[in-house]
Structure formats: structure tokens, C-alpha cells
Write a protein that binds this ligand. Sequence first.
Ligand code: PLP
Length: 493
Amino acid sequence: MSIASNCSVLFRKQALCSHPWIQGIRASFAVLVWLLLVWLLVVPGLTENAVAACSSQDNASKELVSMSQLNTAVSSLQPSATLQINELSERLIREGRDIIRLGFGQSPFPVPEIVVDALRQHAASKSYLPVKGLQPLRETVAAYYQQRDGIKRTADSVMIGPGSKMLLFQLQEVCKGELILPSPSWVSYEPQAHLLNKPVRYIPTSLDTGWRISPDQLDQLGPPEKDTTRLLILNYPSNPTGATYEPEQLKALAEAARRNQIIMVVDEIYDECRFDGEHHSLAKWYPEGTIISGGLSKWCGAGGWRLGVMIFPHELMLLQDKMAVIASETWSAVAAPIQYAAITAYQQPPEVKAYLGHCRQGLKAVAGYMQEHLTRSGVDVAPSSGGFYLFPGFDKYREPLAAKGIKTADQFCVKLMEDTGVALLPGTAFGFPEDRIYTRLAYVDFDGGALLKAIAQKSGQPLDSSLDNAFVEKHCPKIAEVCRRIDGWLKAL
Ligand SMILES: Cc1ncc(COP(=O)(O)O)c(C=O)c1O
């Protein structure tokens, strides 16, 4: 019963209740009680909402977490040069500028149709899969590497992860000790080490040595610290330089790595993108101490599918087991449909083999075109052997650049983009010295699907025949445009 009706009962019990004067007071009192009730029930709600609104305004202007509350490894991280360049290019695009983006290393080619079909067929697969990966996929990947390298592999050798980047991070996470990297090296290895508080040591390389490390450099590292695992990540064909290693060079490096107790992590994610199709793995000569990293992102054009693989020798299985423990507590397993589709990719049916042949031909033609034209413009740039990248150096233009206030690779990339609309990444993002004006160029800004069709239509030619410059200019117009813009800009310095 409500307060108002309680009051009415009370009044009814009184003899005076029937008096008109008293009835007037009764009516006014009932109205007052109703008003009081409304105030009690509604106003606090209004007040709460108002307070909440005010406090959310306060929160918008007040950070809830400060730098000192972050993990030390994270608080010292700076936004990468890559991010800065991307932001600048996005701003210029918003302003209506014609920007050619050669900063991002994504495959320009579509995923082979037969692999996409396999994904469609398994779209309904919905169960969690084993942490180390789907057994038939692990078997297929093992067979692929066994055939490629001639080293006995079983499903147990293989771990599947959500992209090789994550697997590389976890590998670093389970290993105590320093990380050794050639300079320049792919952008993410060093920040990953920093996140894990791992010391990083660089081995310098140069254009003169074909951007390769030497066995002597491994000998100079000296013995590892007691109770540590010393990892060296070697990526070939290389991002950023396009360099790779021949069997004799790998054999000599393998012997030096064994001598110096270095665990070699060979990042062979661009293996199938070596233009001549003749990739060799260091694992052939150092099977017990080499972990191979790979995946679908580059040769299968499936970066967004997030599937990486890591192949362990039986001697390093402890590392794989510990990574699986971390995986079970973090990402659990790679998406089931993707793992099923990856079986088709790694089986490499004739359709995939033909696709790879055409991709290699296209990449080789574009890389060759750019290297030739940049060299003609006075740029120092080694030919690429595979992958998506060149590492052009502009040190020869140091003087005129300095006159314009450009002394570092970072400054160079900003100015080049502002003046010409060409987006490259500075060598510093790859652990290369700041005062060397080197940049990474990803020659992938073209329609890969159309290029593959055009290559396929050049019937009657062997797959490895090179395509001429006119073909590149017709099918990759932005690539030719970049060469023109850089040439014009350098001439006007
Ligand atoms: C050298 C190298 N390694 C590893 C990766 C990571 O590839 P993902 O995580 O897509 O397998 C990349 C991607 O750009 C790369 O260039």
C-alpha cells in the first residue's frame, strides 16, 4: 500500500473527515505526499545521471593510467618510424596528394584460388584445434620441409602459430640470453627483444658484402654467457635488402654457428619468393641447431590469414614445448578453417606451383626494373634475389641533401614524401645507423592479380624467362612513376 493511501485510511478513521474544510486539507495533503514521492523516486535518479555525466566529462580530460604505471619494457617504447611515415602519408592523402606507398611489405598477389576454395570448404569448422596445430597440417608441413631440405621431419617438428611474428616473439620469450641480428634486419625483431628485456647485439653488413654476414663475424662474438641460449635471427631472402645466401656461404656460416654455440633462427618467410626458385636453408648444414620460421603470409599472399610455422630439430624440442605452454595460456590455436586451407597450400598442387612461378617472374621483373633505374639515377642499390624489397642508399647525395637540412634517413624519408609523394621507410627502422641515408623500398604497389593474368597470357615462354621493362611499365605504372619522381627530385637537389 502506498503512503498516500495509508494517509487516506488514517483520515477516514477520523470523525472530522467528512467536514468540507478538512476534506480540502486532505486533498492538498495527498497532492503534497504524491509530489514528495515523485521527488524521492525520480530526482535521485536524475542527480545520479547528472553526476555520472559530469564525471565522464572529467574522465575524458583525465588519464586513468600514467606512464609510471606501465611495464618498464613498454613505457620505454617509442612510436616506430614506420608509424610516423604512415601517419604522414595518410595526412597527405587526406589533403588530396597523390602518394605512392612503397613502405608496407604486403604481397601484391591474391591467394591462389585453389587455396581459397579449400578455405570455403572448411568455413564451418568451428572447434578449437590442438595448441601446436592441426595434426594433418603439421604432417603436411613436415613433408614439405623434408622434401625441400632433405632432412627427416615429422609432425612433431612443426608448430603452427597465428603468424610467424607471434612465433618469433614467443621463441624469444622462452629463451634466456641475448639476441643477435644482422644490421639491417626486419623491423620487429628488435622491439620484440625490448619488450622482453633482452639485450640485442648487431652484426654490421654493407652493400660491399652483399648485405651478408660472414663466418668471421660469428667467430668474433666469443662464447655465450653461462646458462643462456644465444639466438641469431637470419632472414633470407632478406627484408629489407633482398639479399640471400648460396649453399657455400650457408655451409660456412653453419660451421661457425656450431663452433660458437649459436642457435640459428632462419626466417625463411620469403623462401618461395626467391626469383630463381632455388632457395637453400642453413638447416641443411646445421640441422641440430637451426629453427626454421615461415608461413603463408608472403608466398601464398595470405598475410591477413595469420598462419605461421616453425620447424624445430629434435635437439631443441624443449623450446617448442615451452612455447606451446605459453600458447595454451594466450592464443590457444590458429583459426580452424585457416589451418585446413593451409594443408592445400603446403601440399603445393600444380596450380600453386604455377602461381609461384608467375609471382617470381613478376617480382623479378619489377625488382630488376627498379634496381636498374635507381642505379642510373646515382643511387646505391644492390640487386635483389627474392622477396619484395630493395635497400637503396642515398649517401652519394649527402652534400646537397645536407644543404637542405637532411642529414638522417628519417629526415630524408619525410622530405622525399613531402616533395614527391613517394613513401619509403628509413633504414633506422631496420637497425641501420641513423647517419647513413638508406631506405627500404617495398616494390609492391601494383595490381598483383592483373599482373599474374598478364604473365600467364604470355604463352609459350618458359616460366623463368625475364619480362622486359616495357611489360613492367604497362602493368606496374606506379613502379615506373616512382623511378621518374625520385630521378627528377635527385636531379633538382
Ligand atoms: C622478415 C619477416 N619475418 C616475419 C614476418 C612476419 O610475417 P607473419 O607474421 O605475417 O607470418 C614478416 C612480415 O612482414 C617479415 O617481413
